[in-house]
Ligand binder design. Structure first.
Ligand SMILES: C[S@@+](CC[C@H](N)C(=O)[O-])C[C@H]1O[C@@H](n2cnc3c(N)ncnc32)[C@H](O)[C@@H]1O
Length: 278
């Protein structure tokens, strides 16, 4: 007879056997499976609960199965033509709900938020989705490097093949910011609409991740409306949550209100290079 570990193996394998979740980080699946087995007596209920959680925090943002091979071909064919490359990137960004809604403000967004970056900045994009495909709009200074992480194994492989085509020294990897909050050394950390998803998995996950960060500039954003399109006081709600997470840390904060996104630019070290340039 299988013991607790056997149950856990079975459940994790069941989740990873489904087409929709087969490329999710096995470590994350296992962590969620352990949590749900601890709460429910029936394995089928635990299976449903793990899938629901993965849908809400990650899969719901992909409206169809990503066509990574075809997209890489399109990017490769456009690599010598900046305008065409942007058009291909825009098409890919539109396939992820989160970046799709940022498209109308994309150029302004990075003009505002990346103003005054230091030379050769190291960017860390945490819970990145397809956002690295916005590199052509970021106007990064020469020598910049880009780290990106999210929960999908195939997405990380795709992004690793995109970076050379986008002429950036980049690296993507699979992460689980809820159960293993960590970030490489960086000058700028992007947490774009990521914290609500982490906190949906675990209310303390946002605080733990902020505690683990050590970058002089954090760009933290929240959606201005729900996935279903309802606004229902979300900017106020998230502004209060951001305040609760960051008060008492001695950080200097600038707020930007875009139609689809509420953004906080956070200077964590008074007197840092960005601070002077702001
Ligand atoms: C609202 S989307 C934002 C995507 C991207 N940052 C953007 O703004 O376009 C939230 C992202 O968080 C990722 N995510 C969810 N849970 C995560 C976890 N435990 N660790 C890392 N990323 C996670 C999802 O896969 C999804 O790409």
């Amino acid at each position: 007879m299988k013991g607790d570990d056997g149950e856990l193996d079975w459940l994790a394998e069941d989740v990873l056997a489904s087409a929709k979740y087969r490329t999710v980080s096995p470590a994350l699946v296992r962590a969620l499976a352990a949590e749900e087995l601890g709460k429910r007596s029936k394995r089928k209920d635990a299976l449903k609960a793990v899938k629901n959680r993965l849908h809400q925090v990650a899969a719901a943002y992909l409206d169809a199965a990503p066509q990574y091979d075809a997209w890489l071909e399109d990017l490769s064919a456009a690599v010598d033509d900046a305008e065409r490359l942007r058009a291909v990137c825009a098409g890919i960004l539109a396939r992820h709900v989160s970046t799709r809604e940022r498209m109308p403000i994309l150029a302004q967004f990075y003009r505002d938020l990346f103003a005054g970056l230091p030379p050769a900045p190291r960017i860390a994009d945490m819970g990145c989705g397809f956002n690295p495909l916005a590199l052509p709009w970021m106007g990064l200074p020469a020598g910049a490097s880009y780290y990106a992480c999210d929960v999908f194994v195939d997405q990380a492989a795709f992004l690793n093949r995109c970076f050379p085509l986008l002429s950036v020294d980049g690296r993507a990897e699979v992460c689980d910011l809820v159960h293993a909050p960590a970030c490489p050394d960086a000058d700028v950390v992007l947490l774009l609409k990521t914290l609500p998803n982490l906190e949906q998995m675990d209310r303390q996950a946002g605080r733990r991740l902020l505690d683990a960060l050590d970058a002089p500039l954090l760009i933290i954003s929240y959606p201005a409306h729900s996935l279903g399109g309802r606004r229902k006081g979300m900017p106020d709600h998230y502004a209060a949550r951001f305040e609760a997470l960051t008060s008492g840390r001695g950080w200097r904060v600038e707020r930007f209100d875009y139609p689809t996104e509420l953004v906080f630019r956070v200077f964590t070290q008074p007197g840092a290079a960005h601070d002077a340039a702001a």
